[in-house]
Design a protein around this ligand. Structure first.
Ligand SMILES: NC(=O)c1ccc[n+]([C@@H]2O[C@H](COP(=O)([O-])OP(=O)(O)OC[C@H]3O[C@@H](n4cnc5c(N)ncnc54)[C@H](O)[C@@H]3O)[C@@H](O)[C@H]2O)c1
Length: 312
């Protein structure tokens, strides 16, 4: 138990299971009072239960920490407002917001139902906006009144770089990176930092029976590191391994870390570069198609590989 977050109040959305649960326990271990938000639904977002949030609150209290449960959905603008208010009403303030709640509705783009797209956009992208929106109006007011800043840590995914069968999920996860960078710019002047992690860990979301079976098959065939999407051996990546960086970003030591994205999985923590222009062709005026025909293959497009070439 440390005291890096002594006197601080934190909210973790989706704090009842997996990564969120690990973040709650790690924040409490450093002295933060924690509001454990969790709707308690299935991986696909259906259903609801109080058990997951309640259990994490009990775990924190059993270790001598302070925590309360909140069962609202981040999809709801008013639930998100009530969540921020619950922290302030119960503990007198809010210092740290960890946006982590998430669901999956994987499907190839040509089969994806509108509802599957909407559900994932609602939980991840709108869900991040909802809590950030209400936290930021509070943080801005607190900065004006007493120079009290804040911390926001968002949850993206390396699926945002592109992952087959996850058009909804990869779209919102990259959207969360854009949201993070813009909130960092909007809120920096009010003493607030906003950063994102792209985590990797074995949870019910990732370490599925299907993946386990695929890994076994791959192992039997002598293939290693076959978990997909660059995740390496996900079985050995505990959610707790991601949480120290979340806690660090919430501490005073990270006061000037703002607008960044970190890939955190197992024993790796990597700083992501901003997407950069790789190369260009330039002209005063408009390129003709004839010019593009002759210039592009040997310059701008030289060496590019199609990640998904047409089937034979
Ligand atoms: N596990 C990984 O390797 C991995 C990789 C990349 C990104 N992520 C992201 O990390 C986050 C946590 O994922 P996890 O692997 O711990 O999954 P998980 O399913 O174990 O936990 C997600 C939690 O979010 C809660 N939740 C879902 N919808 C909610 C809503 N509308 N309101 C409040 N709570 C809600 C669920 O009840 C659940 O407890 C997600 O945003 C996920 O997309 C995870």
């Amino acid at each position: 138990m440390g005291d890096r977050l002594k006197g601080k109040v934190a909210i973790v959305t989706g704090g009842g299971r997996g990564l969120g649960r690990a973040h709650c326990l790690a924040l409490a271990d450093e002295g933060a009072k924690v509001v454990v938000n969790d709707l308690g639904g299935e991986v696909d977002g259906t259903g609801a239960a109080k058990g997951p949030a309640d259990e994490v609150v009990s775990e924190i209290k059993a270790k001598g920490g302070e925590a309360i449960a909140n069962y609202g959905s981040v999809v709801s603008y008013t639930d998100a407002e009530a969540l921020i208010k619950a922290a302030i009403d119960t503990y007198g303030k809010l210092d740290i917001l960890v946006n982590n709640a998430g669901i999956l509705r994987d499907r190839m783009v040509f089969n994806m139902a509108e509802e599957e797209w909407d559900a994932v956009v609602a939980v991840h992208l709108k869900g991040h906006f909802n809590t950030v929106r209400h936290a930021c109006s509070y943080f801005r007011q607190m900065w004006k009144e007493k120079k009290q800043g804040g911390r926001i840590i968002n949850t993206a995914s390396i699926s945002g770089w592109g992952n087959m069968g996850q058009v909804n999920y990869s779209s919102v996860k990259e959207g969360i990176i854009g949201l993070t960078r813009t909130v960092a710019l909007d809120m920096g002047r009010y003493g607030v930092t906003c950063n994102a992690i792209r985590p990797g860990a074995a949870t019910r979301m990732t370490w599925t029976p299907e993946l386990k079976a695929a890994m076994e098959k791959a192992k039997a065939a002598g293939v290693t590191g076959a978990a997909g999407a660059g995740m390496g051996d996900i079985a050995s990546m505990a959610p707790e391994m991601v949480s120290p960086m979340v806690v660090y970003l919430a501490t005073d030591a990270a006061a000037n870390v703002n607008g960044q994205a970190f890939h955190c999985a197992g024993g790796r923590i990597e700083l992501e570069a901003l997407p950069m222009i790789k190369r260009g062709i330039y002209k005063e005026g408009i390129f003709t198609l004839d010019e593009l025909d002759s210039i592009l293959p040997g310059t701008l497009l030289a060496g590019l590989v199609n990640p998904s070439p047409a089937a034979e």
